[in-house]
Design a protein around this ligand. Sequence first.
Ligand code: PLP
Length: 364
Amino acid sequence: TSVKRVHNFNAGPSAMPLSVLEKAQAELLSFNGCGMSVMEMSHRSKEFEGIIKTAEADLRELMGIPANYKVMFLQGGASLHFAMEAMNFRPAGASADYIVTGAWSKAAIKEAAKLGTTNVVFNGEAEKFNRLPAAGELNFDPKAAYVHICHNETIHGVEFKSEPVLPAGVPLFCDMSSDFVSQPIDVTKYAMIYAGAQKNAGPAGVVIAIVRDDMLERVPANLPTMLDYKVMAEKESLYNTPPCWSIYMCGLVFQWLKELGGLEAMYKIDQQKAKMIYDVIDKSGGYYRGHAVPESRSIMNIPFRLASEELEDLFVKESKKADLIGLKGHRSVGGLRASLYNAVPLESVKALADFMVEFQKKNG
Ligand code: PLP
C-alpha cells in the first residue's frame, strides 16, 4: 500500500494486520459479491450465518477448543464479563477466589465483590504488581465457586506462563483479553476464557467467551437476558443483534492466523519480538528499567521507565516524530509501554529497538 502506516504500539484498540485491513477494504462495498457491506446485512442472513460460523470454526481449530465448550461472540467489553462471570457462575452464598496480579484482575474482583463473596488468594499490589505468585503462595479455598486469573496484565506487563494448580474440582476462569490467540493454550485447563477482541482478535465491540458446558448448568434463573450466558449459548450469540462488523473482522484475523501457521507459529514470532525489546532494556545498564521481574514478563505489553518523567516525556515526543506511536504508559502508572500484539510487524519492533538504543546514546 502507498498509504502511510505508522509503527503502532497502542495497548488497545491496537494494530491490525495490514492484509486483513486490505481484505476488509476490498469487501467493504460488496461482501462476496452480494451487493452489501457486512455492516449493512441482516444478522439473520445466510451470508452472516456463514461469517459467524466460519469465525467460530476457525477459532476452534486455532485454539483446539473441544466440543464440550461453547464459543460466544458477546458485548459489553471484558469489563461486563467481570460482573457476569460472578452473576452466572458463583451460586448464592458461595465465594470465588481471585489471584490479583495487576489492574485488570483488581478490576475483576471489584465487580465480583459488589455482587457477593470474594477471596483474595494473592495480591501483588504492595510490590506494584511486578510479578506473578509462586505456587507456594497460593492458598486456595477448596470450596471456591471458581478461581479467576488475568492471563496477561496489560498495564503491569506480567503474564502467566502456566496455569496455577487448583484444588480438585475448582474451575479456572481467565480474562485473556490482552494475550488471546498469541500462543497455544490448553483450553481444557479452563472452565471459562473470555477476551475483549480489541487487542489481538479484532476491533472493539465484541468479547469472545469460551465456556465449558457444565458451567452453564449453574446459571441462575431470572438473570436479565443480556447477562445470561445460558441464553446467549443457546441462541448461538444471536439472541439480539450482535456486533456483526466486529465479528466479521475477527473472522478475518483468525484466517490470517491460520495462514500464518497457527498459534505455534504466532507464538514464535511474538517471543522473538518481545526478546528484541527486553534485550535492549537488559543491555542498557539500568537506563531502561522494565517493570516486571524477568520470570513474569509479558510478551505482549512491556512497561518500562526512564530515570525521570522529563526524559520519559522526551522519549514519547521523539518517538512520535519517528512514527513510533502509542508508547506512553497507562495513565494510572505513567512511564512508557510498548504493546507488541500479533499484528505489530517485526520491522516495527526493530524500528523501536533501534530507536531505544539511539535515544540512550543521545540522552544517556
Ligand atoms: N482485561 C484486560 C486484560 C484488559 O487489557 C482490558 C482493557 O484494556 C480489559 C479487561 C477491559 O476491557 P474492555 O475495555 O473491553 O471492557
